[in-house]
Each structure stands twice: as structure tokens, then as C-alpha cells.
Ligand binder design. Structure first.
Ligand code: NAD
Length: 428
């Protein structure tokens, strides 16, 4: 696929249309669910450190809140587009539905590159974003969270601005806050751990011992680092990871046949998940092109970076040895690549399920914040395991009973739950 022509919203709608066909949804329900309910587009003027003024574009898209308040991250990215935010808002709706938590789907973003912004400039963007949507979001209507290039600190600035505007403490307004400031223990681990919980369940079905498997990861950020941690605890070996190189503006893969050392790689990474290539080479890592992570002779592939990474153009370079692909990222595989993957019999755990650990734990954070009562880490991670395992089993059972692949089964369960909620409310 030509990466320039990739439109994630078109992909998300295509995936929805397929589920709508399989479920034989009526026209009104299709019309309602294939587009967001509401969108906010706005400008955020900022006083830059050099004394100049700069205006950034921000968005909040609320796709569907029939099952509960909207939930979804705010992404800071120089290539952010409204269609990316729309797509991500649809995926949030289905993700909350598939793990059966009482939330809807939203997503936000700002077109900016935090690499080139000071802390003060980033704080102003966070506060400016909240000022624009303060009346249209909140603990009972729409709850933001971190996403690519936004952190706990960004969430705290956003919460502070929201509380100033509303004149009250509302820790349930936002999730992904720092622990001790309303954040949940286990949140930073949740997405990556959730991905590996689904891998564990898939391997169980395939009768494979995780300790006998080798994996390759795309991305070395929040999702990837904690997925690597749990996978290594299960005895798995990782021979390759890739990440974006800010200096060269391309991605590289880092390979070590004897297995990567997570702590060692983390010690030479920046806060955005970029690995220092000179130091990595000194430590004996082979520097390979960005796409090499996909071509490794491994059992498991975990795309955990960006959307549109496994396409009809590169899916054929996936090794015959690969048995499982777990989509840690949102939308990493195009529908055309899906066909190739399913034809080859690879067990693909779709993003809506594989990375739902993040929103599941965000929901736990919201519950704790609203109660102002915080759980121990073991309790959070135990509840996460139960939710992720039961969601995996429901999808897998449904797939087997109806002779479907995991993507179709996930979509059918999720879309059906949301369509039912809309119908029960009398919307369609
Ligand atoms: P992050 O910003 O912490 O890390 C992103 C990583 O991807 C970095 O290592 C970066 O260098 C790498 N990267 C970026 N572009 C790349 C490219 N072209 N090739 C190779 N590597 C590249 O982000 P994250 O929080 O780990 O999120 C990763 C993905 O997971 C995103 O798709 C995000 O939407 C999704 N996701 C995240 C969460 C969460 O809780 N963090 C939850 C659900 C889904």
C-alpha cells in the first residue's frame, strides 16, 4: 500500500462495514456507528519561549457514548490528522465494548512535536486543549488519557486546568495521572502486560510453551517495554526491536541473536522510546533497516509502534516460522495485509483485544478516582488479567463456533454490543 494514500478513518470504516455486513445491521444503525457523534476542532495559541506566538491545531472526537462516558487518549504528533483521530475514536468504542467495560469511544490530538517544545510550551498546549473542550468533556461524559507522546505529566496539567475551570476537584476527569496524584498503580504496565496476556492465551490454544518462543517487536515505547518485560518473565526471548530515530528521521531495527537485554536498552533510550544507535552498537546490537523487525525468523511478531505498518507490500516478507501476531499498536495491519496473514494461518490477535489492557486499567483508574480509594498494584494487575483473559476467551470461543478469524470475531462482538446499546436507548 502506498503509505501516502493511507487514511486510517477509511480503514476503520471499512472494518466496521465488514462487521455490519456480518451482523446484518440495519441502515440507520450503520449510519450512526460508521461516523462520530460529535467532533471539536480548535486552535490553541501559545506564547513560545522565544517570545513569538504559535497556533496549534487541536481535536476531540466523540464517536459513541451509548455504553457509557467516552474514553480515549490525547495524542501529540506532528503528522496528526482529524482522520487519524476519528479512526482512533471508533477503535476506542469497539475496544471498550470487547472487554465489556461501561465506556464509549473518544480520541483527541494536537498537531505538534513535543521533541521541539519546552516543558512550558507543552504545559500551555495541555491547558489550552482543556480550555477549548472543558464544557464538553468530564468524568461523566468524556474522559481523556495519554497516548503517543503524551505522559502522566501532561495529564496532570490537563486535570489542573479542568479543576480550575470547574472550581472543584475532579480526579475522575482524566486517567494516566501520576501515581500519588490520582493515578492507578499498574497503569504504565497495563497495555503491554495486556498484550502479553493475550499472547499467553493464544499460545495456550496453539499448545506452545512461551519459554520455547522467540519474538520481534516494533516500537520501544510504553507498550513495547512492558510487553517485553512480561514476555521475558514468561521465558520468551526477543531478538529484535525497532524504533524511530529522531536524528535521522527514519526507523532502525536493533538485533541481538542471543536476546536483547531490556534494562540495558532502556538505559540508552530517550523518554519517547528512541534508542541511542551509537551506544546500542557499542553494546553489540546489529543496526538494521527499520522494516527488518518484520522479517525476522521468530515465532511471534508484536507491532507496537504506529498504524499502517504491515501492508500488502511487506506482509509476504513475514517468516514462515511466525505463528502469532499481537497488535500492541492501534491499526498496525491494513485490511489487505489481513487477508494475506489469515490465508497463511497466522494467529492474529487484533488491536481491539491485544492492546485493550490500557483502557481497562484506565477504567480501573477512573473507578478509583471517583471513589477516592486506591487499590494495591497486585489487585489492579489481577483484575487486568481476569478482564483480558475472559475477553480473549469470549472472542476465541466465538471465532471457533462461527468459523471466523479473530479480527472478525472481535469486531462482531464489539459492534453488536454497541448497536444493542443504541437500540436499547431508542436511538435507532
Ligand atoms: P510511545 O510514544 O511510548 O512509543 C512509540 C514507539 O514507537 C517509540 O519507540 C517510537 O520510537 C516507535 N516508533 C514510532 N514510529 C516508528 C516507526 N515508523 N517504526 C518503528 N518504530 C516507530 O507510544 P506507546 O504508548 O507505546 O504506543 C504505541 C502504540 O500503541 C500506538 O499505536 C498507540 O496508539 C497504541 N496504544 C497505546 C496504549 C498505551 O496505553 N500507551 C494503549 C493502547 C494502544
Amino acid at each position: 500500500m502506498n503509505k501516502k494514500s493511507y487514511n486510517p478513518f477509511e480503514v476503520a470504516q471499512k472494518q466496521f462495514d465488514r462487521a455490519a455486513d456480518l451482523l446484518e445491521l440495519n441502515e440507520a444503525t450503520r449510519e450512526l456507528l460508521r461516523n462520530p457523534l460529535r467532533e471539536y476542532h480548535f486552535s490553541i495559541p501559545i506564547h513560545m519561549d522565544d517570545g513569538s506566538m504559535k497556533v496549534f491545531r487541536g481535536f476531540r472526537v466523540q464517536h459513541n457514548d451509548a455504553r457509557g462516558p467516552g474514553k480515549g487518549g490525547v495524542r501529540f504528533h506532528p503528522q496528526e490528522t482529524i482522520d487519524t483521530v476519528r479512526a482512533l475514536s471508533l477503535w476506542m468504542t469497539w475496544k471498550c465494548a470487547v472487554v465489556d467495560i461501561p465506556l464509549g469511544g473518544s480520541k483527541g490530538g494536537v498537531i505538534c512535536d513535543p521533541h521541539n517544545l519546552s516543558q512550558l510550551e507543552q504545559e500551555q498546549i495541555c491547558r489550552g486543549w482543556v480550555r477549548q473542550v472543558a464544557k464538553n468533556v468530564g468524568p461523566l461524559s468524556d474522559v481523556p488519557a495519554p497516548d503517543v507522546m503524551t505522559s502522566a505529566q501532561h495529564m496532570l496539567w490537563m486535570l489542573d486546568e479542568y479543576e480550575v475551570i470547574h472550581g472543584s476537584k475532579n480526579p475522575g476527569f482524566i486517567t494516566g495521572k501520576p501515581v500519588g496524584m490520582g493515578g492507578s498503580l499498574g497503569r504504565k504496565e497495563a497495555t503491554g502486560y495486556g498484550t502479553i496476556i493475550t499472547v499467553r492465551e493464544a499460545l495456550k490454544e496453539l499448545n506452545i510453551n512461551p519459554a520455547n518462543t522467540v519474538a520481534s517487536f516494533q516500537g520501544f515505547g510504553n507498550v513495547s517495554q512492558f510487553a517485553i518485560q512480561l514476555y521475558q518473565q514468561m521465558g520468551g526471548k526477543i531478538t529484535c526491536v525497532s524504533c524511530w530515530d529522531q536524528e535521522d528521521q527514519i526507523s532502525y531495527s536493533y538485533k541481538k541473536e542471543s536476546g536483547i537485554d531490556l534494562d540495558e536498552l532502556m538505559s540508552i533510550s530517550d523518554p519517547y522510546g528512541g534508542i541511542d544507535k551509537a551506544k546500542a552498537q557499542e553494546l553489540g546490537y546489529e543496526l538494521l533497516p527499520g522494516e527488518a523487525w518484520l522479517e525476522q525468523n521468530v515465532d511471534i511478531l508484536v507491532p507496537a509502534a504506529m498504524e499502517n505498518q504491515i501492508t500488502s507490500e511487506n506482509a509476504s516478507s513475514i517468516s514462515d516460522k511466525v505463528k502469532v501476531i499481537a497488535e500492541g499498536a492501534n491499526g498496525p495491519t491494513t485490511p489487505e495485509a489481513d487477508e494475506i496473514i489469515f490465508e497463511r494461518g497466522i494467529f492474529l490477535i487484533p488491536d481491539l483485544l491485544a492492546n485493550a489492557g490500557g483502557v481497562t486499567c484506565s477504567y480501573f483508574e477512573q473507578v478509583q478516582s471517583n471513589l477516592n480509594y486506591y487499590w494495591e498494584k497486585d489487585e489492579v494487575l489481577g483484575k487486568l488479567d481476569v478482564k483480558m483473559t475472559s475477553a480473549f476467551i469470549s472472542v476465541s470461543d466465538f471465532a471457533k463456533a462461527n468459523n471466523l478469524n479473530m479480527r472478525d470475531a472481535t469486531y462482531m462482538i464489539a459492534v453488536n454490543r454497541v448497536a444493542q446499546a443504541c437500540s436499547d436507548r431508542g436511538w435507532v
